[in-house]
Design a protein around this ligand. Structure first.
Ligand SMILES: Cc1cc2nc3c(=O)[nH]c(=O)nc-3n(C[C@H](O)[C@H](O)[C@H](O)COP(=O)(O)OP(=O)(O)OC[C@H]3O[C@@H](n4cnc5c(N)ncnc54)[C@H](O)[C@@H]3O)c2cc1C
Length: 441
């Protein structure tokens, strides 16, 4: 169980560090050669640019998939923060241009191709690229942009903004006139860009040395398939129950198609099972995989995990394919003969579209586990819960005093929103509610 004090301590430390890093360029400027004062608005405009660029650089850190950075918030919260910080970074960069242009019309020169063509192109490019980063993220589905292309372009556009921004700062050389200041800027930009390279080049190279083989493809229910992966000439994966991996299928780990899936098998098993719902171009092809084909696995990631050291009543609110992390956790509890009280409220469209129905039944008899199925459409002889999971249903199966409960929420967005807001309403502290969202962007 995450304690209140450790959660607050971590959050404060994290926010402080982020703020210091964002303000670092301004702090850095104070220590160098003292520049002549050009008036408040110009210096203010310059400061906005420094902050905007620092925030853009930090975006690479937030998305670098370093598990330590996200804990204990989780990937979805981290990416949510990344999204919000992106709007601010864009705002600072745009405000930099606007404030300077308004403060002194001479600054328009920077965009004038007659004065300096490459500079005008590069800086206009920054305005376009930063705006495209925001627009394509906000309206990706509306524009019909394929996820993989969006992801690739997102990295390239971000890289462009940071690269041109750094060159611009070095060229203007105001507040960065000392060689050591230039060196710090170059080092920070290279580090930020290096994280992207690490993510997209170095990690796939490492994955190439540790291939996996698809050993089976099993239909759980209509549109949901489980695949089992076996490590080829390596020891496999060490993970905590509830974590997820990114997988690439085929002969190369460098493909654009890399997708996250939660492991639905126990950490004690050498082979890894992923249970996948057919949704789009990648997942619809899962059923056509042939045994023996190659896969690459990156991970594990995530903190949707149970703390084994503290005895809590674990409550899972799951919907549809959101059951996958729970399946891994339950099997892990069984291997460890852990008889802690566990309740699952599991919503699915119907009995026939409920994956793991039988497996959950067996697990209920082996663990201190109560499974409450909630079928949207139930058979006539069903005397259990029907419809969607609601606060009333949650109330019926959960104790009035939830102070010993740790909550795990994973499922479709409306179900998650309902469960999270209900738990907030009940006064359950945020650090006791673990959420995993499968639709992060
Ligand atoms: C942490 C996590 C764990 C997940 N675990 C499971 C699981 O156990 N079982 C399961 O069936 N699904 C899981 N998903 C969802 C799964 O990753 C998407 O359904 C899948 O990537 C869709 O790909 P597609 O090309 O078939 O569909 P598309 O129609 O292309 O995409 C549908 C939606 O899935 C998301 N998505 C698509 N591609 C990616 C990608 N490369 N990376 C991240 N998100 C993407 C986007 O939000 C997109 O709008 C998980 C997602 C996350 C973030």
């Amino acid at each position: 169980m995450t304690t209140k004090s450790s959660f607050i301590k971590y959050s404060v430390k994290w926010l402080l560090l982020f703020t210091v890093l964002v303000l670092a360029p301004l702090i850095l400027a104070l220590f160098g050669h003292q520049e002549e004062n050009r008036g408040f608005w110009i210096e203010f405009g310059v400061g906005l640019g420094f902050i905007g660029l620092a925030m853009m650089g930090l975006q690479f850190v937030l998305t670098a998939r370093y598990s330590k950075i996200g804990a204990p918030f989780g990937l979805d919260e981290l990416l949510h923060f990344h999204g919000q910080a992106g709007y601010f970074a864009w705002g600072f960069i745009m405000a930099h241009f606007v404030v300077l242009f308004v403060a002194d019309s001479q600054f328009w020169e920077f965009l004038d191709p007659r004065v300096n063509l490459p500079r005008a192109l590069a800086l206009s490019g920054v305005i376009v690229a930063a705006t495209a980063l925001i627009a394509t993220t906000h309206w990706r589905e509306k524009f019909g942009i394929i996820y993989e292309w969006w992801r690739a372009s997102h990295g390239i556009l971000g890289l462009f903004v940071v690269f041109v921004g750094t060159v611009h700062i070095l060229q203007v050389s105001h507040y960065v006139s000392e060689p050591w200041q230039k060196a710090v800027w170059v080092t920070l930009s290279v580090a930020a860009i290096g994280m992207l390279v690490h993510n997209r080049v170095w990690r796939p190279l490492l994955m190439k040395k540790r291939p996996w083989k698809v050993t089976s493809i099993t239909e759980e229910v209509n549109t949901i398939w489980s695949i089992e992966l076996e490590p080829v000439s390596h020891s496999g994966l060490q993970f905590n129950a509830g974590q997820f991996v990114w997988i690439t299928l085929g002969d190369s780990p460098f493909k654009l198609q890399q997708h996250p899936f939660t492991i639905s098998s126990a950490p004690e098993e050498k082979n890894v099972r992923l249970t996948i719902k057919s949704l789009g171009d990648f997942t619809k092809e899962i059923k056509n995989l042939v045994p023996g084909s190659t896969a690459f696995v990156e991970g594990p990631y995530g903190n949707f995990t149970v703390d084994a050291s503290i005895k809590t009543h674990n409550v899972f609110i799951n919907g549809g394919i959101g059951i996958t992390p729970t399946m891994s956790i339950l099997q892990d509890l069984r291997s460890k003969q852990d008889q802690r009280q566990t309740t699952i409220i599991y919503g699915t469209p119907s009995f026939g579209l409920t994956p793991f129905y039988e497996e959950l039944k067996v697990l209920s008899s082996e663990l201190n586990l109560k499974v409450v199925h909630v079928f949207e459409e139930a058979p006539d002889d069903w005397d259990g819960e029907t419809g969607f999971i609601t606060e009333e249903i949650m109330k019926r199966y959960l104790p009035d005093d939830t102070s010993n409960c740790e909550f795990f929420v994973c499922g479709p967005p409306p179900m998650m929103d309902m469960a999270e807001s209900t738990l907030r309403k009940w006064g359950v502290p945020v650090y006791r509610v673990h959420s995993e969202r499968f639709n992060i962007v």
